[in-house]
Design a protein around this ligand. Structure first.
Ligand SMILES: Cc1cc2nc3c(=O)[nH]c(=O)nc-3n(C[C@H](O)[C@H](O)[C@H](O)COP(=O)(O)OP(=O)(O)OC[C@H]3O[C@@H](n4cnc5c(N)ncnc54)[C@H](O)[C@@H]3O)c2cc1C
Length: 338
């Protein structure tokens, strides 16, 4: 039998779990992770605590870099996959290297979502997705006392807590996107505003951003409908969306994420997508759902690996925890204590 070479794109919780499962269940196969991240797999949900100084950097990591070698998984960090050739079963990396595979799991995750109306201000806002982003936040926070938090997705609440712990003055522009991707009604919004205010946060409800301008490296002028003020950082928290632009034109079916069946197969033999970048068919709903959350990612990573090895494990989303946000069916395992 020809040698198997399984390649996993991405080393977030889904990719990490997929690669480790592949190697455990098929010890003779070559398993390679190709990841844009420079580090070994870490827990993004700890980044706000890292910023607050509550968690040390070492504690973010799922395992030390040496663990991959010990387990026989080849980890290639700091390398971006730029394209996929389904016919040749190969990936094209940014530096033009071609990597062949016999089986592929795409676990490229998500990227911060910026609403279209705010794209023009994108370069003036900070998002938080990676460890590098967290370091930028820490550097900028060391030079400023005021932060405007916009959006209100689940990360924004954790970051706000971190900012309060650091004694920063926080303005929070709370709008209908609050709690994205969870459903939010008026009562929940009022409760959130109340809790934020109790933390000492200045909550701005029902206000719209009209303009934003850089006054200096440490000051931004923000104009809302109503007033104008200066802040040191503008943080944008509008949820995560699949980061799969590099696969457009590859022949994979792409909608919001990579379309896969309930076994996470992407419609081609030996090609799977998993974690935040997958859009998964649900036979009972007769529709696709996307997964958000660390626990979902780990579980889906494992399922993709088992199925690539010939299993028939269904990615189940409990019907009642799938709900619709802006026309997208979302299932979240995200927890929140606030
Ligand atoms: C700040 C923050 C706080 C969060 N808090 C929580 C929480 O409290 N609870 C919870 O359940 N979830 C939380 N989440 C969400 C959770 O972390 C994600 O759902 C989970 O990380 C998704 O895992 P994933 O492996 O699918 O994708 P990701 O973690 O996004 O990993 C994707 C990987 O793919 C790599 N990659 C992407 N494109 C390429 C490419 N072209 N070539 C090579 N590599 C590529 C990336 O470098 C990365 O290694 C949080 C996320 C963030 C950012």
């Amino acid at each position: 039998m020809a040698e198997e070479h399984f390649v996993v794109i991405g080393n977030g919780p889904a990719g990490h779990e997929a690669a480790m499962t592949l190697k455990k269940k098929a010890p003779d196969a070559y398993v390679t992770i190709i990841s844009r991240n420079r580090q070994s797999c870490y827990r993004p949900h700890l980044l706000p605590d890292f910023i607050a100084g509550k968690v040390r950097e070492e504690a973010l990591f799922v395992c030390p870099p040496g663990a991959y070698r010990e387990k026989g998984v080849k980890l290639r960090t700091g390398q971006r996959v730029a394209g996929l050739d389904l016919k040749e079963k190969s990936l094209i990396l940014d530096h033009k290297e071609v990597v062949g595979f016999t089986g592929l799991i795409v676990a490229a995750g998500g990227k911060p979502r910026i609403p279209e109306t705010l794209l023009v201000f994108k370069d003036l806002m900070l998002t938080l997705k990676t460890l590098e982003d967290a370091r930028i936040w820490m550097d900028r926070l060391s030079q400023t006392e005021t932060v405007l938090v916009m959006g209100g997705d689940l990360t924004s609440f954790a970051v706000t807590k971190a900012l309060v712990k650091l004694n920063k003055k926080v303005f929070f522009l709370l709008d209908e996107e609050a709690f994205w991707p969870l459903r939010c009604d008026r009562t929940v919004l009022e409760e959130a505003a109340h809790r934020l205010a109790r933390l000492g946060v200045e909550v701005l409800v029902g206000r719209r951003l009209m303009s934003m301008a850089r006054l200096s490296n440490r000051a931004y002028e923000v104009q809302l409908n109503g007033d104008r003020f200066a802040v040191g950082i503008v943080g944008a928290f509008f949820g995560l969306v699949p980061d799969i632009r590099f696969l457009v034109g590859s022949g994979l079916r792409i909608d919001r994420g990579i379309l896969v069946n309930e076994y996470l197969n992407a419609g081609h033999e030996g090609v799977y997508a998993t974690g935040d970048c997958a859009q998964i068919y649900h036979p009972e709903l007769r529709d696709y759902w996307v997964s958000i959350g660390y626990d979902n990612a780990v579980s889906l990573g494992r399922i993709a690996a088992l199925n690539l090895l010939g299993g028939e494990v269904k990615a189940e989303a409990a019907g009642e925890s799938v709900f619709e946000v802006q026309g997208i069916r979302v299932n979240t395992s995200w927890w929140m204590e606030f």
